[in-house]
Write a protein that binds this ligand. Structure first.
Ligand code: HPA
Length: 270
């Protein structure tokens, strides 16, 4: 992997991805932050050596470099999911690349289902902890210790200082920001009523199909990370409504300005 990383990084540096300070991963239906960026460079994932190729059609699949609130950022517009058939190592490869490019903080967003009955669709949730239900680890590969510890501590996977900052910004802007536990499943099917019940019992406040592998790798790299879920549907097993992806995206789009405010506010404050 070292060899591949070096090649990908030197390709991006040649393209002008120089000294980004913050990395941002934008989830499904959450691309509007891009409009706030003075874009300097952008490259489609399928042009980047050793990058997985984007398959989910509503993701534009681009790596963007530019200025946001006076800071250099590198942004993933669209991410890779385990359910697309890639390995957990593949879907987290971009996190390693962003770290190699020089970021010292990572911000992650996603669309998730609300398990906690007090959380409503359109609300935001700051992820405080997670439960990995994807049945594997992005760190389970030969030679992992070349890149960091094998037995990575998961005591505080989400950076406490970054999370406090987000809570302050939410407060100042009158944005409701719940805090909770995110459970990651493989998908792409949604959960059964029995699975939603189970998720609630084991302590999940939200469920989604991403983020956890990326956060594990960020921790492997000692890269401080914070993640926010946009809750797009309510997963009450006793009153479950049919949900479709278009609706999930529509709710994400509607709640998105709040997320943009939080991310922008955070970056301004660094
Ligand atoms: N389950 C899993 N992933 C999701 C959901 C859900 O209910 N909503 C949005 N992403």
């Amino acid at each position: 992997m070292k060899d591949r990383l070096e090649k990908t990084v030197s390709y991006l540096k040649e393209k002008g991805f120089l000294k980004p300070e913050i990395g941002i991963i934008l989830g499904t239906g959450l691309g509007k932050l891009i409009d706030q960026i003075e874009i300097e460079k952008e490259v489609s994932y399928n042009h980047i050596p050793y990058f997985p190729t984007a398959t989910v059609e509503f993701h534009q699949g681009k790596f963007i470099f530019g200025n946001l609130s006076g800071k250099k950022v590198v942004v993933m517009q669209g991410r890779f999911h385990f359910y697309e058939g890639y390995s957990l190592q593949d879907i987290t490869y971009p996190v390693r690349i962003m770290k190699e490019l020089g970021i010292d903080k990572l911000l992650v967003s996603n669309a998730a289902g609300a398990i906690n009955k007090d959380y409503k669709k359109g609300d935001l949730m700051l992820i405080d902890d997670h439960i990995n239900l994807q049945g594997g680890s992005p760190l389970a590969f030969k030679g992992v210790s070349q890149f960091g510890k094998r037995f990575v501590d998961m005591l505080a996977p989400y950076d406490k200082d970054m999370n406090s900052k987000f809570e302050e910004i939410a407060d100042k802007n009158n944005i409701t920001l719940h805090k909770g536990v995110y459970a990651s499943v493989v998908g792409p099917q949604l959960e059964t009523r029995a699975e939603y019940r189970y998720l609630s019992i084991i302590g999940a406040d939200a469920v989604g199909m991403s983020t956890v592998p990326e956060v594990i790798v960020a921790n492997h790299l000692n890269l401080p990370v914070a993640a926010i879920s946009v809750l797009t549907d309510e997963c009450d097993p006793d009153n479950l409504q049919p949900v479709d992806v278009e609706e999930i995206i529509a709710v994400a789009n509607k709640a998105e300005p709040k997320l943009v405010k939080l991310f922008k506010g955070f970056i301004e404050g660094i």
